[in-house]
Structures are given as structure tokens and as C-alpha cells.
Ligand binder design. Structure first.
Ligand code: DC
Length: 221
């Protein structure tokens, strides 16, 4: 039976950096589920599909092909109808679109089934919003990884600057708070800390300390 570690938490908590490192350490496959919702959002933006219109989004995205593969360094790549869109989906605009389309149940059903298929084949560290609650309710280890809004905004701003995108920290903070609110209050699979998840607050932890904390928790299970 493959093992699974579910890491859920709000935007900018460092889930992907941490999950990637934990997977490498344990020899598991890392699965970034946010990238899949971002791909749906990206498709809508590119094709002029009105993001707030559920019927239209569902109708136009039900047959798109989303798949993942790993490059030579083991980094997840996501493909949209065969095209590698991994770098194109990392913008703030696509993140917003992902948060909106992820509210629609048919979009979730399509991606959750892909995620569950992947986790049935190999031991995984999977990060997202509903992994412990819906995708892998029987995960061996469940983590709820968070940090204060201020700290998450600082990290996101640093990341954007490194990519050469200018930003206003207050604006980033406002967008994060808004995204948290939408992700936590939507009707379908909202972000929650499930009762069997262990809370890890990384506000005052370095990346290495956070990785060690999660490895520690996983080892004790
Ligand atoms: O983790 P991220 O920023 O790449 O995710 C983008 C959006 O996708 C997030 O705001 C909500 C949605 N999402 C989701 O609903 N469920 C998941 N398992 C992962 C992401």
C-alpha cells in the first residue's frame, strides 16, 4: 500500500517548497494540486471564458486534458492539452482565477479523481486545500501548514520580486486575505483544518525547521 502525506493550508504558507523537500527526503512523489486548478484558470483566461460564470467554465473545461509528469530533476510539470504550462501558471492573475474556478464542484470532481489516481500508484506528499478532508481522507499523515497573513504576504512579495514582477506589499496582503476568505468559505470542499491534522505554524520557522517538524510528525505516525 502506498503511503500518503496530506499538506493543506492557505495561500503562501510555503506548502509547495516544504512538501517538495519532504517528498525528496522520503523518496515519495510530490503532487502540487494547486497547479491543476491554476491550469483550469489559465485555460479560461487564454480562451476568454468568463471566470464567474460556472456553467460556461464547466462546459468549456470538462474535456480539457490535464496531466502531470516529472522532469529530470524530479520537478512536477503540468500539461494542458499536451502543452507544458508549468511556468505560465505561476502568476498572481492565474492564482486568482484558480481560486474562483475551484469553487465549482464539476471542476473539483475532475481534478480530485486525477489526484486520487496518482496517489493510488505511488507514495505521495500532496499539497492543496482539501487533501486531508476530501482527496485522501485516509492519509497516513495530515498536516495543516499555515503562517500569519503578514508573513505570507512578505514571502509572496519576495517571490514575485525574484521573478522580476513588481508589487505593493499591502496589495499582496489584501489579495491573500481575500483568497483565504474565498477558499475557506466556499460551499464545496472549503479549506479546513480537519480534526486529525497536525497544525504547523511556520511564521517563525525557517524552511529547514518546518521540513524537520513535518518529517518528525510523519515518522511518529
Ligand atoms: O496553492 P495554490 O495557490 O497554487 O492554489 C491556487 C488555488 O487553487 C487556491 O486559491 C484554491 C485552489 N485549490 C483548491 O481549491 N484545492 C486544492 N487542493 C488546491 C488548490
Amino acid at each position: 500500500m502506498p503511503y500518503s502525506i496530506a499538506i493543506d493550508g492557505p495561500a503562501g504558507a510555503g506548502k509547495s517548497t516544504i512538501a517538495k523537500a519532504v517528498a525528496r527526503e522520503l523518496g515519495y512523489v510530490y503532487i502540487d494540486t494547486g497547479a491543476m486548478y491554476r491550469t483550469v484558470g489559465y485555460y479560461c483566461i487564454c480562451n476568454g471564458i468568463p471566470i464567474n460564470d460556472e456553467t460556461s467554465v464547466v462546459e468549456h473545461t470538462k474535456d480539457i486534458d490535464i496531466s502531470i509528469a516529472y522532469d529530470d530533476s524530479g520537478v512536477q510539470q503540468v500539461f494542458l492539452n499536451g502543452e507544458n504550462v508549468s511556468s505560465k501558471i505561476r502568476t498572481q492573475e492565474v492564482g486568482e482565477a484558480a481560486s474562483k474556478v475551484s469553487q465549482y464542484q464539476p471542476v473539483r470532481d475532475k481534478l480530485v479523481s486525477l489526484q486520487q489516481k496518482l496517489a493510488s500508484k505511488a507514495s505521495v506528499v500532496m499539497d492543496g486545500r482539501d487533501i486531508g478532508s476530501k482527496v485522501l481522507p485516509d492519509a497516513d499523515t495530515k498536516i495543516y501548514l499555515t503562517a500569519s497573513v503578514e508573513e505570507r504576504a512578505r514571502r509572496r512579495a519576495r517571490e514575485l520580486e525574484q521573478r522580476g514582477e513588481s508589487c505593493d506589499i499591502r496589495e499582496v496582503e489584501r489579495e491573500i486575505a481575500e483568497r483565504d476568505h474565498r477558499d475557506m468559505n466556499r460551499a464545496n470542499s472549503p479549506l479546513v483544518q480537519v480534526p486529525d491534522a497536525v497544525l504547523v505554524d511556520s511564521s517563525d520557522l525557517t524552511i529547514d525547521e518546518t521540513i524537520d517538524a513535518i518529517l518528525d510528525i510523519a515518522m511518529k505516525r
